[in-house]
Design a protein around this ligand. Structure first.
Ligand code: ZN
Length: 331
């Protein structure tokens, strides 16, 4: 197999605030090897890039290929990722990564293969569209429920990026003058439903005297934040505060996502992201029920589905960025 040929295995990197997940896939997008490492929490973009290269090499080794033989590597990146230049800026949950950094160029130089960089949520949604839960549809809205609430749009088969900031559904306003969002504005859907916002709210409630096991579970698991797994455990135990905050999140998701549906009228809504995948089918149904009262045309709601590619979805979707058979967004 020669590098760059359509048949060569490709690499995919999902760069998250907590972990770097890499895969090597074959021409049919079957996973040949994968690796995962924690994202550096100190240093800066150079350190993160170095760790990404190491994680990519590890996946290549697991797939018994040399990283230099890959047909290319795609990256799903948080922050403001420029698809054309591979430059990433404003990645708030990565260490000291506010200024533009030429991520694509740096990785390409170290791996010795072409690298394409895209938005993390958009590439994950593209993965679901090509290979996962949205295979049967042409127009979809992806709702990536995790640390924040991200979104991805595919209209009539093509990714819609707008002028680069489309589908920021987390910042749809669900309550005028509502709680402060992590973006600094007020009343955004993310201010209720983002994992980070929910944790801030939980800490505030505890300060005011609310009883909860959330932070006890967090400590038992050796975590320093309320991960999806911590929420799941607390909910299973019927924890009062966890239940209350999760109900509030689901309600906000219902209003916000339904409002987006009223604008786009997609065939399907795909729920993914760390919390989305962890909470699973039951919560997809709950969100659908909470959307219903807000749907303008409520007798034919879109299909609401759980993302189907699971934990590797972001990395597999990233690998599609370097698949010459997949349409790339026109920017
Ligand atoms: Zn916001």
């Amino acid at each position: 197999m020669s590098p760059g040929s359509d048949q060569a295995p490709r690499g995919g990197i999902d760069l998250g605030g907590t972990k770097i997940q890499t895969v090597v896939v074959d021409a049919d997008n079957q996973v040949l090897g994968q690796a995962r490492r924690p994202t550096p929490t100190e240093g800066g973009p150079e350190d993160v890039a170095k760790e990404m290269v190491a994680t990519m090499n590890e996946a290549a080794e697991a797939a018994s290929v040399n990283a230099g033989e890959l047909g290319g590597v795609g990256v799903g990146s948080p922050g403001d990722a420029d698809e054309n230049t591979g430059v990433v800026s404003d990645a708030r949950n990565l260490p000291n990564w506010m200024d533009p950094f030429p991520l694509g160029e740096r990785l390409s130089g170290q791996l010795g293969v072409p690298v394409k960089v895209g938005n993390d949520v958009q590439v994950a949604v593209q993965g679901e569209f090509e290979l996962g839960a949205a295979k049967d549809f042409d127009t979809i809205l992806g709702v990536w429920w995790g640390t924040g609430v991200g979104g991805g749009l595919i209209l009539e088969g093509k990714p819609w990026l707008g002028r680069g900031a489309a589908a920021e559904i987390g910042h749809v306003v669900v309550k005028m003058g509502g709680p402060r969002c992590t973006c600094g504005r007020k009343g955004c859907m993310e201010a209720y439903a983002g994992r980070m916002a929910m944790e801030i709210k939980a800490r505030k409630e505890v300060k005011k005297g609310a009883k909860t096991d959330l932070f006890k579970i967090m400590e038992e698991r050796g975590r320093d934040r309320l991960t999806s797994g911590v929420w799941e455990r607390a909910l299973k135990h019927g924890d009062d505060l966890a239940t209350r905050l999760m109900d509030r999140a689901v309600k906000a998701l219902g209003a916000g996502v339904a409002s987006c549906v009223n604008v786009i009228d997609p065939e399907a809504v795909i729920i993914g992201g760390g919390l989305g995948v962890r909470m699973g089918e039951k919560y997809v149904r709950r969100i659908a029920a909470r959307m219903h009262p807000h749907l303008f045309v409520d007798d034919r709601p879109p299909e609401i589905r759980l993302a189907g590619l699971g934990d590797l979805g972001g990395a597999i979707g990233a690998a599609l960025l370097v698949d010459s058979r997949v349409p790339t967004p026109a920017t």
